[in-house]
Design a protein around this ligand. Structure first.
Ligand code: GSH
Length: 418
C-alpha cells in the first residue's frame, strides 16, 4: 500500500512530509477529493486522528498524525539519505532545531497571525508577547545562520524542511520586509532554501507579506477553517452566489497595468536584444567581435554598468551550494529580462568561493523595482562602473568574456543572465 497523505491544498504542515519525501526518494500520494472541514470530520478520518486535524499519513502499518512525526517517519523510510545528518550529534541538532522551530517560531507566528485573521480571539497584550517572543527566537536563529548556510551541516536536513515550512506562513502572511530585515541571515536562509527546487515545487509563486493584516472579527470555526486553507490553484469550486456589491467589484474591467518607468525613458540607440544576440552568437574572436561590438553599441545615457560583490563569501564553502545560490539569483532576476544583462563569476579553485558580477541595467541607476523585488540584490555590494577609467573598463571586458584567471584566480564557473 502506498503512503497516502490526507491534507488540503497548500497546507504548510502537509508540505513537511511531502518535501521530506522528495528528498528521501519516497512516494507519497495525496488523498483524493479531500475537503477541509468535511473529510477531516468524517468518522473514517476521526479513526485516524481523533482531533480531526490534518495532516494524517496513512501507512501500511496504520495512520500517523502530527506533521513533524509524519516528516520523521518519511525521512526514516530510506536509510541512505542525509535528512538526519551523518552523526549522532547531527541527529541531535536536527531534532533540536525541529523542536525550536515548533515551539519558538511556529507557535509565536501562529499566536500573532491567527488572532489577526479572526481564527482566535485578538488580545493586544497577547500579541505583544507573541511578537516579542518571535523576535527573540529569530534573533537566535539569525546568529546561528550568520555562519551557517543550513541549520545542520552542509546540506538540507529535516530541520530545514520543518523550519522553512513554519517560516513560510510567517513570510507569506504577516512578517513584512521591514520586520524581517532585522534578521538578514534568516532572510537569506529562507529565500535560498525555499528556492531549492524540491521545496519550491510546493511553495509556488508566493510573495512576502506587504503589510500586517488588519484585525478581523472572530470567525465561526467552520468559516475560519475554510478560509485558513490557502486557495487551491487548480480546483475551481462551486461557490455560493456573491453579494451584489462584491460581484460588481469583481466584474469591473481590469485596470491597465501601470507602465514600468523604464519604458518611459528617452529611447536609446542601444538595443539590448541585439547585444544579447551578439553575445550568444559569438563563438570565436570574442574580444574582437563581441567585446568590440558591445562598446560600439553601449549607450552611457540610456544604460549603466554595475559591479557587484557578494557580501558573505565566507559562507561559500560548498561549490554546488554556491552555484545554486547564483542560479537562484538569476532566476529571480527574470522580472528584469527586458531591462538587464548580467554576468556572474564564481571565483576560486577552492572554498570559500568569491562571487562577483557585472550588470548592465537600463537607465542611469539600478532599477527600483529590481531593488524592491529581487531579494538577492541586498546580498551584494553594488558599485557603478566608471568606464572613463581604463582599469574598470578592462574589468568589464574580462567579466563579459569570463577571462581566466580573473583577478589572479581560476573560475569555478561563470553564469550569464540574458
Ligand atoms: N500540530 C499539528 C497541527 C495540525 C493542525 O492544526 N492542523 C490544522 C490545519 S493546519 C487543522 O487540521 N485544523 C482543523 C481543526 O482544528 O479542526 C501538526 O503539526 O500536524
Amino acid at each position: 500500500m502506498a503512503l497516502v497523505l490526507h491534507v488540503g491544498q497548500e497546507n504548510k504542515n502537509g508540505f513537511k512530509g511531502l518535501i521530506a519525501a522528495e528528498y528521501a526518494g519516497v512516494e507519497v500520494k495525496l488523498a483524493e477529493n479531500f475537503e477541509m472541514g468535511v473529510t477531516n470530520k468524517s468518522p473514517e478520518f476521526l479513526k485516524m486522528n481523533p482531533l480531526g486535524k490534518v495532516p494524517v499519513l496513512e501507512t501500511p502499518d496504520g495512520p500517523v498524525f502530527e506533521s513533524n512525526a509524519i516528516a520523521r517517519y518519511v525521512a526514516r523510510l530510506k536509510a541512505d539519505n542525509q535528512l538526519y545528518g551523518s552523526s549522532l550529534i547531527d541527529y541531535a541538532h536536527v531534532e533540536q532545531w525541529m523542536d525550536f522551530s515548533a515551539m519558538e517560531i511556529d507557535a509565536n507566528i501562529s499566536r500573532w497571525v491567527y488572532p489577526r485573521l479572526g481564527y482566535m480571539q485578538y488580545i493586544p497584550l497577547a500579541e505583544e508577547g507573541a511578537v516579542a517572543a518571535l523576535k527573540r527566537a529569530l534573533d537566535a536563529l539569525n546568529i546561528h545562520l550568520a555562519s551557517n548556510t543550513y541549520l545542520v551541516g552542509h546540506s538540507v536536513t529535516l530541520a530545514d524542511i520543518v523550519m522553512i515550512c513554519n517560516l513560510y506562513y510567517g513570510f507569506k502572511l504577516i512578517m513584512t520586509k521591514s520586520f524581517t530585515s532585522e534578521f538578514p541571515h534568516v532572510e537569506r536562509y529562507f529565500w535560498t532554501v525555499a528556492n531549492q527546487p524540491k521545496i519550491k515545487k510546493f511553495l509556488v509563486d508566493f510573495k512576502q507579506a506587504e503589510s500586517v493584516p488588519a484585525v478581523q472579527s472572530a470567525k465561526k470555526p467552520a468559516q475560519a477553517k475554510e478560509s485558513a486553507k490557502p486557495k487551491a490553484k487548480a480546483e475551481p469550486k462551486k461557490e455560493a452566489p456573491k453579494p451584489k456589491a462584491e460581484a460588481a467589484e469583481e466584474e469591473e474591467a481590469p485596470k491597465p497595468k501601470p507602465k514600468n518607468p523604464l519604458d518611459l525613458l528617452p529611447p536609446s540607440k542601444m538595443i539590448l536584444d541585439d547585444w544579447k544576440r551578439l553575445y550568444s552568437n559569438t563563438k570565436s574572436n570574442f574580444r574582437e567581435v563581441a567585446i568590440k561590438g558591445f562598446w560600439d553599441m553601449y549607450d552611457p545615457e540610456g544604460y549603466s554598468l554595475w559591479f557587484c560583490d557578494y557580501k558573505y563569501n565566507d559562507e561559500n564553502t560548498v561549490s554546488f551550494v554556491t552555484l545554486n545560490k547564483v542560479s537562484g539569483f538569476l532566476q529571480r532576476m527574470d522580472l528584469a529580462r527586458k531591462y538587464a544583462f548580467g554576468k556572474m563569476l564564481i571565483i576560486g579553485n577552492e572554498p570559500p568561493y568569491k562571487v562577483k558580477g557585472l550588470w548592465l541595467f537600463r537607465g542611469p541607476e539600478i532599477p527600483k523595482f529590481v531593488m524592491d523585488e529581487c531579494y538577492d540584490m541586498e546580498l551584494y555590494d553594488w558599485k557603478k562602473a566608471d568606464i572613463s577609467d581604463e582599469e574598470q573598463k578592462e574589468r568589464v571586458n574580462q567579466m563579459i568574456e569570463d577571462h581566466e584567471p580573473f583577478e589572479g584566480e581560476a573560475l569555478l564557473d561563470a553564469k550569464c543572465f540574458k
